[in-house]
Design a protein around this ligand. Structure first.
Ligand code: FMN
Length: 149
């Protein structure tokens, strides 16, 4: 059984609602989920498994609930060697080049910090998928199956 720490970046609540569904689904699996409300660098460093659920705001920006954490990770550059992680990125393809940029930024930074991606990043396009859960559910199932203990 893995304990998965969830970090959520949201502006209008869509990612928070999705995180609730994800939490409920993880609780029905043989894993444990913990939602980190006010994330700190120590939460990232001490977590055994990481799951980021984030929308994108502005022009490819990270929502305020996660941007201080991102800045701290970037400036302190702690090693996350081998730490398994997943990214669920919410965005809108109408924003062109910055589509799901916040999720992409976390993915790139985690790779630089040598964390271990489990599967590929999920990108959800709000212009196509009005409800994020139906596309997240099969992704999450596969992600949980691949997760090392
Ligand atoms: C002001 C604003 C800026 C946005 N900028 C981007 C963007 O640069 N790239 C992107 O993919 N989506 C962008 N979006 C779309 C949101 O990321 C998307 O609607 C998401 O589902 C919102 O989730 P939330 O309710 O958790 O904030 C933007 C939305 C708003 C309202």
């Amino acid at each position: 059984m893995a304990t998965i720490n969830l970090f959520v970046g949201s502006v209008f609540g869509g990612a928070v609602r999705l995180a609730d569904d994800v939490m409920a689904a993880i609780k029905c699996s043989n894993h444990r989920a913990v939602l980190i409300e006010t994330p700190s660098l120590d939460d990232i460093k001490s977590a055994s498994h990481l799951l980021i659920i984030t929308s994108t705001t502005g022009k490819g920006d990270i929502p305020g609930s996660l941007s201080p954490l991102y800045a701290e990770l970037e400036s302190q550059f702690p090693t996350l060697a081998g730490k398994p992680y997943g990214i669920i990125a919410l965005g809108d393809r109408n924003y062109g080049d910055t589509f799901c940029a916040a999720g992409r930024s976390f993915d790139e930074l985690f790779r630089d910090l040598q964390a271990k991606p489990i599967g590929h990043r999920l990108e959800i396009d709000a212009s196509e998928d009005f409800e994020p859960w139906p596309v997240t559910e099969p992704w999450l199932k596969r992600w949980l199956e691949k997760l090392p203990e």
